[in-house]
Design a protein around this ligand. Structure first.
Ligand SMILES: Nc1ncnc2c1ncn2[C@@H]1O[C@H](COP(=O)(O)OP(=O)(O)O)[C@@H](O)[C@H]1O
Ligand SMILES: [Mg+2]
Length: 496
């Protein structure tokens, strides 16, 4: 331990303007910022939370009101202090906070004036405002007793206890905003819609189990559950406890598009779309932190889009999972990666099956063998697709070819065209690019050479010159891939 008394000291107080910009640069999105304010309401035991805004040009404001326990004057001042709690402190198991920063950093990321009004039961309300312009001007971290317009003093009277957080000067969103500009208005409203959807998603468990009600411009927000647990076609995997049961994972394969209503399918695509929403969903104390992310284990691919896996964490594992200030990043500890990958592998494999077969049953009925029309197989290290010669359909076509060869060929071609295993080909291509074989690659080329020669002879017979015949051949698939065999083409009389 250093004996500090032996040393000379000098104050080096953080410079207000640069600290402000540091706070503002944390990079919250507006929806993550609002969610952080709502976290505080939930931690304070709120049952109802109202998110409101008023579009008034540069005087636009947004507020989050709750009926939680509220704060008295001392508690409010403490709450307004940046870093009001030590992140290393143990938190109540239901607390959604961590760094003692959220209220301030989330707010400053969006606005320059943050007012908090709060009231404890049977006490009078108190309020304080952080005004970054004032801090900037004075260089002092002093709160001011400023109440913005909007009738908030009356608003707080409606509740027994609770808190209203108000953002004014929302410069990151509405700088130089013109009230009568419809385009800007639409943009603002679409951002607000995004905020609403984000609330519906990150707090869906609280809304579903009736613990809280969130109102957005006085309308209740309905929960958005990413796992479609109410749909019968959703496949649930058994829960798997990891880390001595502290972490629990549970996988879902969502229904194929053909198995749910169009509306449900559209709704389930979420804000990132079906492809973007695949992956892990991390919950910390039932609050969703991460929505659809393979945590660096896999890329997002179309054919895995039906796989969604929840990971449930307690807040006691924050440091192991590297939960960030914005509560929008989490990284699994190294030792868990393999276990998560093994679990995800099973869910993903099933998701591909549902995607590929449109949710149809491809398992044979008992006592029967499933007979595919196409078979994938490897030649060397390349993939090829083969028509199953033992399929009864092929046998039937062969027989009918004796009587009506043209019709039989046409039927065969139709079946090939209609059943090309596009999805399997696509999946192989995205997983192992370059692994699909070219025509006749890795096999004897006798067939291609023989066919080239037959065509060549035919063309010569039709009166084409050798050069014309070769030009014709090289412009026809798949002969274009084998220009070297052109050299071997000789007329029957032996001239090249
Ligand atoms: N809506 C609220 N109701 C009651 N107390 C609140 C509310 N918002 C914030 N607080 C208090 O302010 C503190 C600081 O909040 P915050 O800056 O978000 O950090 P954290 O949530 O990590 O503690 C909280 O721990 C809580 O005590
Ligand atoms: Mg907080």
């Amino acid at each position: 331990m250093i004996d500090y008394s032996k040393y000379i000291t000098t104050p080096a107080i953080p410079e207000a303007s640069s600290m402000i910009e540091t706070f503002r640069a944390i990079g919250y999105s507006i929806e993550a910022a609002v969610a952080d304010i709502v976290d505080n309401s939930i931690s304070a035991g709120a049952k109802k939370i109202w998110i409101n805004f008023e579009l008034k040009g540069s005087a636009t404001w947004l507020s989050v009101k709750d009926d939680g326990t509220g704060m008295d004057n001392e508690e409010l001042i403490q709450a307004m202090r940046p870093g009001s709690k030590n992140p290393l402190e143990d938190r109540g198991s239901k607390d959604l906070g961590r760094f003692g920063l959220g209220l301030k950093t989330a707010s400053f990321s969006q606005c320059r004036k943050l007012t908090v009004i709060s009231k404890k039961e049977d006490e009078t309300s108190v309020f304080w405002t952080w005004d970054l312009d004032f801090v900037n001007q004075t260089g002092k971290w002093d709160l001011i007793k400023y109440m913005p317009e909007g009738g908030f003093e009356n608003d707080i009277k409606d509740i027994k206890s609770g808190t209203i957080v108000i953002w004014n000067d929302i410069d990151r969103l509405v700088k130089d905003f013109k009230i009568d500009d419809d385009k800007e208005k639409d943009k603002f409203l679409s951002i607000m819609l995004l905020v609403k959807k984000h609330m519906a998603m990150v707090f869906h468990r609280f809304i579903e189990n009736g613990k809280i009600k969130i109102f957005f411009q006085d309308r209740p927000v309905e929960a958005w559950n990413p796992f479609l647990t109410n749909e019968t076609a959703t496949q649930c995997f058994p829960e798997e406890p990891l880390c001595n049961g502290k972490v629990v994972v549970k996988g879902f394969v969502l229904p194929h598009k053909s198995k749910i209503s169009e509306d449900k399918y559209k709704e389930a695509e979420g804000s990132k779309g079906w492809n973007g929403q695949q992956g892990f969903y991390i919950y910390r104390n039932d609050r969703m932190l991460l929505a659809g992310d393979w945590l660096g284990m896999y890329r997002k691919e179309e054919h895995y889009k039906l796989a969604r896996i929840e990971i449930n964490l307690p807040n006691s594992l924050d440091s192991e999972w590297q939960i960030d200030i914005k509560k929008s990043i989490a990284r699994p500890p190294f030792i868990l990666k393999d276990q998560l990958k093994a679990y995800a592998g099973k869910v993903r494999a099933q998701a591909v099956e549902v995607y590929r077969h449109r949710g149809k049953n491809v398992k044979p009925y008992p006592g029967q063998k499933f007979v595919p029309l196409w078979i994938d197989h490897k030649r060397g290290d390349k993939w090829f697709y083969k028509i199953n010669r033992d399929h009864p359909l092929i046998e039937e076509i062969k027989q009918s070819a004796a009587e009506k060869p043209e019709k039989a060929i046409e039927t065969l071609l139709r079946f090939i065209e209609e059943t090309i295993p596009v999805k399997s080909i696509y999946i192989k291509e995205s997983e192992e690019p370059e692994a699909q074989g070219k025509p006749f690659e890795g096999s004897q080329h006798d067939e291609i050479q023989t066919k080239m020669k037959i065509l060549f002879d035919l063309l010569i017979k039709q009166g084409k010159t050798k050069a014309e015949a070769k030009l014709f051949i090289i412009n026809h698939e798949p002969f274009n891939l084998y220009p070297e065999y052109l050299e071997t083409l000789i007329e029957n009389n032996g001239t090249i």
